[in-house]
Design a protein around this ligand. Structure first.
Ligand code: ZN
Length: 310
């Protein structure tokens, strides 16, 4: 099976305006799409990413003004990490402290320096210093100078009761391979995938299960090059691993299937195409509220219930 990597991570947030402000102004990501939750059109769906909204750079949120706080625990995504240039650790460390975000003391993981902190909803984030990525394209909007900008997703960390059954899916269906162990952390990497190419699993037996809420990751999505590759993966999940997979859903910017992996985390397989420029010019991504065709007739009612964010 060809290796893929992460396509996006989707999480639950509290107030929309605060979420938007944090990810664009504080972290310097680009808002690449402002739309609604296709299953709950009275709620925003924000997509943040790099300049083009490339697969592997995307973090998305369902912001609910009054969402209850989630509880961290087993069977969920514990941390979402982004890549920054190795030389930018000092800039980010200083910035997070100055903004009162109280990052943990920098730690080393597999030789890289990692800054761990939380967003305003308590979602656990990390910035990983990666050597040799200074020249990669970067979005320079907002307060973060282009040289220090986030260069896409680094990894997610899953906190699971046991690694084995989930690792089998990562390696057999998504083409990841185990590349190292450190403490309770087992690293799986998609060879040849620089952005979003790592999934870490931490085994934590006696912990309580997590409870989804504000600050929790809702699901993580893996890339499929096209519909055929996605169908192959779904077939493999069903026939080789006995897992139930949903039918394909059209998410306008990609096409998705979903399944619950054996460790309890909701996984998605999302196609690379068509991408975020399908309904907006690349230079104006994220500026207008975009609705899927089925909701366009209800635009004025939808706009009336969405919270003001500007
Ligand atoms: Zn998704």
């Amino acid at each position: 099976m060809r290796s893929t990597g992460l396509h996006h991570v989707t999480a639950i947030a509290g107030p929309a305006r605060r979420n938007l402000d944090f990810y664009t102004r504080i972290l310097g990501l680009r808002l690449v799409k402002k739309t609604v939750n296709f299953d709950d059109p009275g709620t925003y769906h924000f997509y943040f990413g790099d300049a083009a909204g490339s697969p592997g750079s995307i973090l998305t949120f369902f912001p609910w003004e009054h969402a209850a706080e989630g509880r961290a625990g087993v069977g969920e995504t514990q941390e979402t990490a982004f890549r920054i240039p190795e030389a930018s650790i000092g800039f980010w460390s200083g910035r997070l402290v100055a903004l009162g975000l109280s990052p943990d003391l920098p730690e080393k993981r597999f030789g890289a320096t990692v800054l761990v902190f939380k967003d305003p909803d308590g979602m656990r984030l990390a910035l990983v210093g990666v050597p040799g990525i200074e020249a990669e394209p970067a979005w320079g909007g907002g307060e973060v100078p282009q040289e220090h900008a986030i260069r896409g997703m680094h990894s997610v960390t899953l906190l699971l009761k046991e690694a084995g059954p989930t690792a089998a899916i990562l390696t057999d269906v998504f083409g990841f391979e185990e590349t190292g162990r450190e403490g309770t952390r087992i690293r799986y990497a998609a060879r040849g995938t620089a952005v979003g190419g790592i999934v870490d699993i931490r085994e934590a037996g006696g912990f309580l299960p997590g409870r989804q809420g504000r600050g929790s990751v809702h699901h993580i999505a893996f890339r499929a090059a096209d519909d055929a590759a996605q169908a192959q993966m779904a077939e493999r999940l069903t026939t080789q691993h006995g897992l139930g997979v949903t039918g394909q859903r059209d998410r306008n910017y990609f096409r998705s299937v979903y399944f619950r992996e054996p460790g309890g985390v909701l996984f998605e397989i999302a196609t690379d195409a068509p991408g975020f420029a399908v309904d907006e010019a690349p230079e104006s991504l994220g500026e207008a509220l975009k609705l899927p065709a089925q909701y366009e007739a209800h635009r004025s009612e939808i706009e009336a219930v969405l919270p003001a964010v500007a």
